[in-house]
Design a protein around this ligand. Structure first.
Ligand code: ADE
Length: 240
């Protein structure tokens, strides 16, 4: 996958793109990042990328000319253009998986109070990472990159993300590693039993328990079998 990121703060995004699993994916050629400095297309001596809003009001608005100059060539090259915007559709497991199917993404990061509306004519979708406003789209773009790149074939073992919270529609079951006893906290004996069937059953039930406690809304959206229903009844969970 090719990922272009358009920003006025290239340094802000460079570090995370070169670190840990995402950095290794790039080193292995599984993803190819290019960070574009929007100021290269800035106007005048100060390479300005923003201006006051027509109609008045606080804050600055990103001008269309630098954005078009940066984004149009990426769009012409076939990129799926994503504008990072708190008013966009909220990123979730399903949209991350869908975004992971594109060969080429272009992520456009804004600063200041917003974008000149005309940039929206160049974008395929607008994505928010949640109902809160950050000072710019760079951190949201990195969140999107992290969520999408880890799903690309070869980046992490596929089994790891098939069991992710949300992939199955349930929150993830509890995990333990060595030591068997830490302070007075012990590992559930079933995990030490070597019975794969029992382990799988326990994990399913603990995922159901956790989801019923923390995110009961998720349970309405997935297929539950008779065993699942029986377990949920046994812990006193009444579906809505
Ligand atoms: N830019 C500022 N806040 C944002 C958010 N929550 N999601 C995406 N882009 C943003």
């Amino acid at each position: 996958m090719k990922v272009d990121i358009v920003t006025i703060f290239p340094d802000l995004v460079a570090g995370p793109l070169g670190t840990s699993i995402i950095g290794r994916a790039a080193d292995a050629g599984l993803v190819d990042f290019t960070v574009h400095d929007l100021r290269d297309h800035g106007l005048g001596r100060h390479r300005s990328v923003d201006d006051e809003p027509y109609g008045g009001g606080a804050g600055m608005v990103m001008r269309p000319e630098p954005l078009f100059a940066a984004v149009e060539p990426l769009r012409d090259a076939g990129a799926h253009v994503v504008l990072m915007d708190p008013a966009g559709e909220q990123l979730d497991d399903a949209s991350a998986r869908e975004l992971a199917t594109y060969d080429h993404l272009a992520l456009v990061c804004g600063r200041y109070e917003g974008f000149d509306e005309r940039i929206r004519t160049l974008v395929d979708r607008e994505v928010s990472i949640g109902d809160y406003v950050l000072t710019g789209g760079e951190l949201p773009a990195l969140v999107l990159v992290d969520a999408v790149v880890r799903l690309l074939p070869g980046v992490i073992q596929e089994e790891s993300h098939r069991g992710d919270s949300f992939a199955s529609g349930l929150l993830e079951y509890p995990q333990y590693t060595r030591p068997e006893t830490f302070r007075d906290l012990t590992v559930p004996p079933v995990l030490l039993s070597g019975h794969h069937g029992e382990v799988a059953r326990w994990r399913r039930q603990e995922a159901l328990r956790r989801t019923s406690e923390r995110r009961p809304d998720l349970l309405g959206a997935i297929a539950l079998d008779d065993d699942d229903h029986a377990f949920l009844r046994s812990i006193g969970f009444e579906p809505e």
